[in-house]
Design a protein around this ligand. Structure first.
Ligand SMILES: Cc1cc2nc3c(=O)[nH]c(=O)nc-3n(C[C@H](O)[C@H](O)[C@H](O)COP(=O)(O)O)c2cc1C
Length: 158
């Protein structure tokens, strides 16, 4: 039976969205781009980092404005987002709360400016019931020639 794959991504400035599209082509999965209300984050990167820090400190994560599919219909959920201060971006964290109880396999994909730090560890710490597989991360510059790398990653994943 074919593996049913869901690709979920949040992208603040468009780079992770490109990786999500490439992963959709490689996996043949269903893709959902997560969105938050306009004005949730400023246009400036540092100001956005401050807002995200406040959200983390207060525990008030941003609400998603999407409708999500029934997650239990999927075997694998690939969860994408930008690296924010070596951590999972707050809209992605909002989505990950809905992964509580999911018993399939989850893997992170992410983009960064070259220093992802402990992103994958932070991601794994937010997963309670699912199996966490090794993720894939890259910079915007790596994206143009990512097809082979993504195909290899997916072949080893399955
Ligand atoms: C709030 C914020 C924090 C960031 N923190 C990091 C970081 O810790 N390490 C890093 O390499 N890049 C960091 N970046 C850069 C982004 O991870 C990178 O540009 C990413 O590809 C953006 O993806 P997006 O276009 O999908 O939002 C940060 C960017 C923002 C806006």
């Amino acid at each position: 039976m074919a593996t049913k794959v869901l690709i979920v991504d949040y992208s603040w400035s468009g780079t992770t969205a490109k990786l999500a599209t490439a992963l959709q082509q490689v996996t043949g999965g269903t893709k959902v781009d997560l969105t938050v209300a306009a004005g949730t984050f400023p246009n400036d990167m540092y100001a956005t980092n401050d807002v995200a820090g406040e959200q983390l400190a207060s525990g008030k994560l941003p609400e998603l404005t999407n409708t999500l599919p029934d997650l239990t219909a999927f075997d694998v959920i690939l969860v994408g987002g930008p690296v924010w201060s070596a951590q999972v971006a707050t809209p992605v964290r909002t989505f990950m709360k809905q992964l509580q109880g999911f018993t399939g396999t989850v893997a992170p994909f992410y983009t960064d400016a070259g220093t992802p730090g402990t992103y994958e560890q932070d991601f794994a710490s937010l997963i309670t019931s699912a199996t966490v597989a090794r993720g894939v991360g890259m910079t915007a510059g790596d994206l143009a020639n990512a097809q082979d790398r993504l195909s290899t990653w997916w072949e080893n994943f399955k």
